[in-house]
Design a binder for this molecule. Structure first.
Ligand SMILES: CC(C)(COP(=O)(O)OP(=O)(O)OC[C@H]1O[C@@H](n2cnc3c(N)ncnc32)[C@H](O)[C@@H]1OP(=O)(O)O)[C@@H](O)C(=O)NCCC(=O)NCCS
Length: 168
């Protein structure tokens, strides 16, 4: 796959001192209101604590895209005991369409495989064509469709697409 080069961006595991920046990024993308499950306002303290706890866990991975000290993307992986790793990711609005998502996802696939996962899974809003296009480029397939599944704070019930990528 041709990966557009973003030489200034390095994908690496998150560290404790990244957590405030990751929470900021998360809150900013949540405030966009259209792309991720979490809605604004984000409970920053709770989110930070959850990530701090995850840093020490064997079955979770938290990756960041680091652009010379600025955290411009984040990806979390959680490996279930039955061998499926669930992922969530986001890239800062000003850094999208420059290969950051691709770099994060490539590293996540590598790590999931190395951790013994036989499959990656995720959920995505049907209107999130950017994310679906990225996942399909990596070979994810649509495996299911959850109708009127997630209640938003507005009271709307949103559908979600379930996607999967076998690794075995
Ligand atoms: C989805 C997201 C992570 C993609 O990250 P990214 O860094 O922009 O992705 P890349 O630049 O690596 O794009 C790789 C490929 O994905 C597809 N893609 C990405 N953005 C796209 C868009 N807006 N429209 C169509 N295809 C798109 C393209 O095939 C693209 O390759 P190309 O640029 O050579 O055409 C990013 O848009 C994002 O963070 N969105 C908000 C949060 C979000 O939706 N998270 C996922 C929740 S399920």
């Amino acid at each position: 796959m041709a990966v557009r080069s973003v030489p200034e961006v390095v994908v690496r595991p998150a560290r404790e001192d990244d957590l405030d920046a990751i929470v900021d990024l998360f809150a900013t993308v949540a405030a966009e209101g259209r792309w991720i499950g979490t809605e604004a306002p984000v409970d920053r303290e709770r989110r930070r604590q959850a990530m701090a706890d995850a840093l020490g866990e064997e079955r979770t991975a938290l990756l960041v895209a680091d652009a010379q000290g600025q955290i411009v993307g984040e990806l979390s992986l959680r490996l279930a005991g039955y061998g499926v790793a669930d992922l969530g990711m986001l890239v800062a609005a000003g850094w999208r369409r420059r290969g950051v998502g691709t770099a994060l996802l490539a590293e996540a696939v590598r790590r999931a495989r190395a951790a013994g996962a036989h499959k990656l899974t995720l959920q995505v809003w049907p209107h999130n064509t950017a994310a679906i296009a990225l996942y399909e480029r990596f070979g994810f397939q649509r495996e299911g469709y959850l109708r009127r599944h997630y209640r938003r704070r507005s009271g709307e019930l949103w559908d979600a697409v379930v996607m999967g990528l076998p690794l075995d």
